[in-house]
Design a protein around this ligand. Structure first.
Ligand SMILES: *[C@@H]1O[C@H](CO)[C@@H](O)[C@H](O)[C@H]1NC(C)=O
Ligand SMILES: *[C@@H]1O[C@H](CO)[C@@H](O)[C@H](O)[C@H]1NC(C)=O
Ligand SMILES: *[C@@H]1O[C@H](CO)[C@@H](O)[C@H](O)[C@H]1NC(C)=O
Ligand SMILES: *[C@@H]1O[C@H](CO)[C@@H](O)[C@H](O)[C@H]1NC(C)=O
Ligand SMILES: *[C@@H]1O[C@H](CO)[C@@H](O)[C@H](O)[C@H]1NC(C)=O
Ligand SMILES: *[C@@H]1O[C@H](CO)[C@@H](O)[C@H](O)[C@H]1NC(C)=O
Ligand SMILES: *[C@@H]1O[C@H](CO)[C@@H](O)[C@H](O)[C@H]1NC(C)=O
Ligand SMILES: *[C@@H]1O[C@H](CO)[C@@H](O)[C@H](O)[C@H]1NC(C)=O
Length: 468
């Protein structure tokens, strides 16, 4: 008898446990944050625009393509905001006395105004409000600051830079909330309007960051609400202006990738693998190494992928890297090594150029007189004959292994369509590539100050012997 009762009680407890589990998982899937938004009812008839910050004094030919300015694009987004503004940024430095900082100040004032108008503003930052006057002022006006203790995970940094406005519009790109991004830095990003389907997925990266606020540990498992919605196999199908497209977002580092979330490196792989003719890459830095606190190691993944595309698939590769006094001298070694792979392979086509916004002749002077602020091309994108990837990372090992960042991949079968964002991005790449700022630096013609730096490197026992 008591045995029977035991069995009955046990069965009841089991039923109850299963019921509780079911209820919790259902609640978890629905998620109160997503405002009833789902893959079925979201908007996928979207508009898209490239946004760029072109520093003053940069001159292209009159026929060169030009796009909405980053400042105007951001202000438009803020002017549209009726309910919420979510911003993830690596920098919070908008107010400065430099003459080129006025747009940063205006953006700051606009954000303060929105905060005081009771628009819900959430800011993800790896700085505490006490460490940034901008964050602190916004917090005082009512914005919520979600601090992520990046140093507690992987010793990384928050490099992500994206916005979500009214759960409908999205910005993603190289620029962060830094007055320099609206001043002397060359930046590129994309704004997608009326696209709650894309928001559905990007919002989950935002929610993941938000779930980590003020925590010093990654949870042992992620809530289902944070899983990726779209991935390389299951892309979001959408209209971007009049062009049929597919898209998904990617995230880094691996530590921050729950189930179904594509890593940035996988996103880049997929874009290169899908290319049939060419891959154009524009990044500030190209350095396939990881520098740990006490050691450097080769980080071969993207370097290897380029080699494979060049030699085994005859894809034409163009690599546009920024050149400045801070460019790591090893960049030239890796680039020379990449070029060498094409030796005696007729169908192998790699060209590398360095984008130099500082006058070459002034280079030597600048090394002595470091008061002037440098102008830099900080673009971080890749475009092929059928796809584009716009992200937050330069192609540097440390970024992908340690830092938090996000990316957007767009595929278009008809990339020749006049409303194709891919066609526009290709034109932007070509504008820069054929401009007088892009130079094919030969090791023997590296400007004076750079040689100076190289020599210092050599004396420091860095392996620099094969530069010539
Ligand atoms: C840009 O300006 C430089 C120097 O002022 C000049 O040499 C060059 O021809 C200009 N380029 C274009 C495309 O206008
Ligand atoms: C920006 O900084 C200046 C001083 O450098 C200060 O007077 C001004 O109030 C600041 N602007 C805002 C919006 O805080
Ligand atoms: C961030 O994490 C580090 C390492 O776990 C810890 O020492 C530090 O106190 C944390 N900072 C904050 C503000 O929580
Ligand atoms: C977004 O959709 C709304 C409503 O359909 C429309 O009024 C607005 O112009 C659209 N925005 C853009 C940028 O296309
Ligand atoms: C190309 O653009 C036109 C409008 O300019 C549009 O009607 C057509 O559907 C587009 N083609 C594709 C494949 O997206
Ligand atoms: C370069 O800048 C640093 C810090 O801004 C300063 O301490 C240093 O004296 C400057 N060097 C020269 C040569 O002007
Ligand atoms: C898409 O349409 C918007 C206007 O709604 C325009 O500003 C933008 O440049 C267009 N984008 C492309 C890729 O044609
Ligand atoms: C030389 O090495 C030291 C320690 O490894 C480093 O701090 C320094 O920046 C290096 N100097 C140059 C010119 O690379």
């Amino acid at each position: 008898m008591s045995q029977q009762r035991c069995i009955v009680i046990f069965a009841l407890v089991c039923c109850f446990a299963i019921l509780v589990a079911l209820i919790f998982s259902a609640v978890d899937i629905m998620g109160e944050d997503e405002d009833g938004l789902s893959e079925k009812n979201c908007q996928n008839n979207c508009r898209v625009a490239l946004v760029e910050n072109i520093p003053e004094g940069i001159n292209y030919s009159d026929s060169a393509p030009s796009h909405l300015s980053l400042f105007q694009g951001w202000m438009n987004l803020l002017n549209m905001a009726e309910k919420s503004v979510d911003i993830v940024s690596s920098q919070w430095d908008l107010n400065h006395s430099h003459p080129s900082a006025c747009q940063g100040q205006r953006l700051f004032e606009k954000l303060l105004e929105l905060a005081s108008r009771n628009i819900e503003i959430k800011l993800v930052s790896d700085k505490l409000p006490v460490e940034s006057k901008v964050l602190n002022d916004l917090k005082t006006k009512g914005a919520e600051v979600l601090y992520m203790n990046m140093s507690a995970y992987n010793e990384g940094r928050l490099q992500s830079s994206f916005w979500i406005v009214d759960k409908q519009h999205v910005y993603i790109g190289s620029a962060s909330l830094d007055w320099r991004s609206l001043g002397q830095m060359k930046e590129l990003g994309v704004i997608v309007y009326n696209c709650s389907c894309l928001v559905l997925d990007l919002q989950r990266i935002f929610a993941l960051y938000s779930s980590l606020r003020y925590k010093n540990k990654i949870p042992p498992s992620w809530s289902k609400r944070l899983y990726g919605v779209y991935d390389t196999q299951n892309k979001l199908t959408l209209q971007l202006n009049e062009t049929k497209s597919e898209a998904f977002v990617s995230n880094s580092p691996k530590l921050f990738c729950p189930k179904d979330r594509v890593l940035d490196i996988e996103a880049i792989y997929s874009v290169i693998d899908d290319a049939k003719q060419f891959v154009y890459i524009a990044v500030m830095d190209y350095l396939p190494i990881v520098i740990d606190t006490n050691a450097k190691r080769y980080w071969p993944y993207l370097d290897g992928k380029i080699r494979e595309a060049l030699v085994l698939r005859s894809i034409k590769v163009r690599l546009l890297i920024s050149f400045s006094r801070d460019t790591d001298p090893l960049t030239f070694n890796f680039v020379s090594s990449l070029k060498a792979i094409c030796t005696e392979v007729p169908s192998c086509s790699l060209k590398v150029k360095f984008f130099d916004l500082e006058e070459e002749s002034a280079c030597f002077l600048k090394e002595q007189k470091n008061t002037s602020l440098p102008k830099l091309n900080r673009n971080k994108y890749m475009v092929t004959d059928g796809a584009a990837y716009i992200g937050n990372f330069d192609w540097v090992g440390n970024a992908f292994t340690q830092n938090a960042g996000a990316g957007l991949v767009i595929n278009q079968a008809d990339a020749g369509n006049s409303t194709s964002i891919i066609k526009q991005l290709k034109a932007v790449f070509e504008r820069d590539w054929y401009s007088h700022y892009a130079k094919s630096l030969q090791p023997t013609k590296i400007p004076n100050c750079f040689n100076h730096k190289l020599n210092k490197g050599t004396s420091n026992k860095t392996a620099m012997s094969n530069v010539n």
